[in-house]
Design a protein around this ligand. Structure first.
Ligand code: SAH
Length: 471
């Protein structure tokens, strides 16, 4: 019907999972990169499969009323904000439609889904930005003279980094930090020459600077800068002195050592160069201490909406709540007034430690964190027995907030054995949530509410809080 390189005029009907715009040609699905619902575009087919094709927009012949001018000059190149060309109202309703579609198609559920809890701030909402140092920049134009980069990975080319001068998801100060470090690595920079600064090269596993992380607290206006480096180096101490002098709003600066080959902005040890080594952020009335390696929801304002949705899912005072995948304890702490006892279950040591500190910081005494692999608890012949060994009271409500991949299949299949009256499933991936909910429903639970919360404006990501009751 179509062939690769063919140029077609297409009407975009909808926008589906992973933010792909969809057009249909006699029922045959074409995913059109760069299109939005309501557009008529001229697009070129770049891939053709039996069930679908992929195309990219050459020109927009007649724009959708929802089309807006992207604010970012890296739009279309950077993989970060794929929906900047879609007006925010339409972003929020498309995200809600994803949740509805996932529940309908994957779980066969026809559930009333609330309007998306939209974000008031649609740019500059992130409390954390993470940039990669690289000597292998992505050239936006062929004759681009850029030689070194500090920015984001280019989508599909993970070896290359786009040099970013401004990211609109962070505020002006976060961008000043970014540009301060871009100046440091510039080839003609005096600092670079004087200090002998080198950039990490994954191929040869040498060079000093790997990642830059900038975090801010919306409630206290503190800024934390972290450099992920290959090994200790006295150049960092000197950089710290100039950073403190040049950008006095930076309240603390720490380096994190990652001496492994794994290209992750994390490491085993960190060292504070100035300040106290953490920032404090608030969600609602609770404070959280964020250290260089701590996980924290990246959209502070919307995190409160998310936790409020979980709170209303729990729906009133309970005796015992289990919080599966409790991370640094923020949900457990946020729900602490709703129950006599709360137990957070979490695998990562560092998160367990942070969670305990956060509970103390907030004077919350009815929360306990259990270090365990939840999947292991749901394995074997005697799941109830596994839980009995923990010596905990039975849960009235279980909150589940798994990673994007969703629940381990054994958890989805067996969580009903704990006989909680309610399950509150907080998800950042409606597809895996729908898959898991199907299983949970088959074992005797009924979904009663679904509340999408938008934590990531300008992207297709959506969180959904789904509450189920035992029938
Ligand atoms: N509820 C937290 C975020 C959780 S992120 C918040 O709102 O801040 C998911 C967490 O699940 C991570 O902390 C991860 O370490 C943990 N995790 C992943 N697999 C796990 C497992 N099998 N058992 C226990 N915890 C797990």
């Amino acid at each position: 019907m179509t062939s690769v390189d063919e140029v077609l005029e297409l009407k975009i009907e909808s926008i589906g999972f992973e933010g792909k715009a969809i057009s249909r040609l006699d029922g045959y699905v074409i995913f059109v990169a760069g299109g939005i619902p309501g557009d008529t575009v001229r697009a070129k087919i770049i891939k053709r499969k039996r069930d679908y094709a992929e195309a990219k927009v050459l020109d927009v012949l007649s724009p959708s009323p929802h089309r807006v001018q992207p604010v970012c000059r890296y739009f279309g190149v950077c993989g970060g904000c794929k929906w900047q060309h879609l007006d925010y109202h339409e972003q929020a309703s498309s995200k809600r439609r994803h949740v509805i579609d996932a529940l309908e198609r994957t779980a066969g559920l026809n559930l009333e889904v609330n309007e998306t809890a939209a974000s008031d701030q649609i740019y500059e909402y992130r409390n954390k930005l993470e940039f990669t140092f690289s000597e292998n920049p992505f050239k936006i134009l062929e004759n681009d003279p850029v030689k070194v980069a500090l920015g984001f990975h280019s989508p599909g080319r993970y070896d290359k980094t786009i040099d970013i001068a401004r990211c609109h998801l962070g505020d002006e100060r976060m961008n000043r930090v970014l540009n301060w470090f871009r100046d440091v690595i510039a080839l003609e920079s005096e600092k670079r020459r004087d200090l002998g600064i080198t950039i990490y090269d994954p191929q040869s596993h040498s060079g000093l600077l790997r990642f830059l992380t900038v975090r801010k607290s919306f409630s206290s206006d503190e800024y934390m800068v972290n450099l992920v480096i290959l090994k200790e180096d006295e150049a960092i101490e000197q950089l710290a002195t100039s950073l403190k002098r040049d950008l006095p709003f930076v309240s603390t600066f720490a380096s994190i050592i990652n001496s492994s080959r794994a290209q992750i902005a994390s490491g085993a040890v960190w060292r504070v160069h100035f300040g106290n080594g953490y920032i404090t952020e608030k969600i609602g009335k609770y404070s959280f201490k964020i250290s260089p390696l701590s996980f924290f929801q990246t959209n502070t304002v919307q995190a409160e909406r998310l936790y409020e949705a979980a709170l209303s899912g729990v729906g009133g005072k309970k005796k015992v709540i289990y919080d599966f995948y409790s991370g640094t304890g923020s949900i457990s702490i946020y729900l602490s007034e709703l129950a006599d006892e709360i137990y957070g279950f979490e695998l990562a040591d560092s998160s367990i430690k942070d969670a305990g500190e956060n509970a103390r910081l907030n004077n919350v005494r009815n929360v306990r964190f259990v270090k365990t692999d939840i999947a292991e608890l749901f394995k074997g012949r005697d799941i109830i027995g596994n839980f009995k060994l923990l010596n905990l009271p039975k849960p009235d409500v279980i909150v589940l907030d798994p990673p994007r991949s969703g629940l381990h299949p054994k958890i989805a299949a067996n969580v009903h054995l704990l006989q909680a009256e309610k399950l509150v499933y907080v998800s950042c991936n409606p597809m895996t949530q729908a898959r898991d909910v199907k299983e949970i429903v088959a074992n005797g639970y009924t979904p009663v509410s679904s509340q999408p919360v938008d934590m990531f404006p300008q992207t297709y990501h959506i969180e959904n809080v789904l509450t189920l009751v035992r029938s």
